[in-house]
Design a protein around this ligand. Sequence first.
Ligand code: IMP
Ligand code: MG
Length: 173
Amino acid sequence: MVIGKPFLTVEQIQKKVRELAGKISKDYEGKEIISVGILRGAFMFFSDIVRFIQTPMSIDFLIASSYVKTQTTGEIKIHTDLRENIKDKHVLLIEDIVDTGLTLKHIKDMLLARNPASLKICTFLNKKARRKADIDMDYVGFEIPDEYVVGYGLDYENKFRNLPYIAIFKKSI
Ligand code: IMP
Ligand code: MG
């Protein structure tokens, strides 16, 4: 197993985080939001970005995981739901990476059924190549190619989440 050189460096990440936070602060001016982090992957991005968002906010988390039963069917499990009631609230969902889109689609539909005032999505990484669910994102950090990445919250078998940068993960043969 080899972790290569950074695909996205700490500096690139921090610059992008501030840029996204700036856009978000501007778009939500005069409003109050609830930022919802999707754990575990988004924990680092979430804690980085919220400190640069100037909009008054409360925070909450969802713990979700996706597992693939067959090649084509992804099934999503919600391990821990929100604690807050989001009815009539402006919800900002914060995710680490969107791949097939199935996780986010599931979460989005589940939360929309609770009648928030609005729901927007912010993802740090977007891997379009493998998209299966049609989903619009409001804020995207980086578009990335079809590679498996680790670090900055993202894992391989729950490891490498603590890397401060993002690397392409390659399994040795
Ligand atoms: P989706 O449902 O296929 O969009 O998958 C989303 C989830 O799969 C993400 O929240 C990640 O937890 C995980 N995931 C997808 N691609 C990667 C990757 O390249 N590295 C690490 N985790 C990934
Ligand atoms: Mg995730």
